[in-house]
Design a binder for this molecule. Sequence first.
Ligand code: KG4
Ligand code: ZN
Length: 367
Amino acid sequence: MLILSMETSCDETSAAILEADESLNKFGLLSSVVSSQAKLHSAWGGVVPNLAAREHLKNIFPVLEQTIKEAGVKMQEVGLLCVTQGPGLIPALLVGANAAKTLSYFHQKPLLGIHHIEGHIYANFFENKKQGRLDKHSFPILNLVVSGGHTQLILMKDHLDYEIVGETMDDAAGEAFDKVAKILELGYPGGPIVSQKAGEAEKITREDMASLEFPRPMLKSKDLNFSFSGLKTAVLYFYKDLERRNLSKKDLEDWKKIICQKFQEAVIDVLIQKTLKGISEFRPKTVLLSGGVAANFSLKKELGEAIKKDRLQVKFSYPEMDFCGDNAAMIGAAGLARYGKLKEEGVLKKLEGNWRDLEAEANLKLF
Ligand code: KG4
Ligand code: ZN
């Protein structure tokens, strides 16, 4: 079965075609196109919803056309359409949802609305850039989802069975990276640039800089929740103080690198400690990292090492770089899992003509 999926929840217009085998377990990625608007939004220091919608509208059909062409398939051969239903920016979500509903109506194809975070989680079921299988991981799975809009620990006892066991009380981890980049005037999106500067700080040997330390919010709290807004404020005040000190250009550049390094250390430390706490509490067989921040090399490395050191029997995995940020391939993989379940329950008929009912939702709940 061919699955055509779409994703327009934030600032990436994306479409993909997956081919699932008869058992609806194994799947191959025939094509995947991601058109990023990051450059457009960087001038504003963040994503502007109406601008994003305008770009999605401009890009969605060329992206779909390219996706279908690269896969070498015909629209008539597609067996299932999937689209990100939410959460996300409503003007952006509406573009993908309306395109999917139109295709569903016009070509009489079943349509599934997919939760964006569910998509991020299912990015982990790819085995490489081209194929995946839904039986790749053993349950229970503890997911650490870290993106621009979410920071959550989600327990899965089985496919599509989610329990949010921890989440941020304020900013998401990716959002904190973006805000710190804004404070330090490093550009948007902040994650890649802050982690690059953090890497460059390794070479700096000044003691006054090395002793800088930022708070680890909620590290000692008994629950599995996070908070990153205080950490961002600590960076803001520290940087404001620095600006008053009339430092040389070189010193200020070095301080910025050190701030990035120490900020990243604090974020990673909290993410690791809370995940370890979640492992002790729920004893999962697998820990999966996902979301845009999963692209962070230090986070992957250090979380992997911490899990290995603490509990050898837990398997740790994270997505291919191509599937960390927003993309439609992950939406297709989650769609395959949902379709398989409906088939198993004998209720595939539910999907007929359901373009009428699908509505984009900014705050869609995961269940
Ligand atoms: O999942 P995603 O593409 O979009 C949302 O669903 O929000 O995540 C985007 C977030 C942004 O905040 C971006 O700064 C962050 O992921 N990000 C990173 C890195 N690459 C992207 N954060 C830390 N380190 C990175 N290397
Ligand atoms: Zn995302």
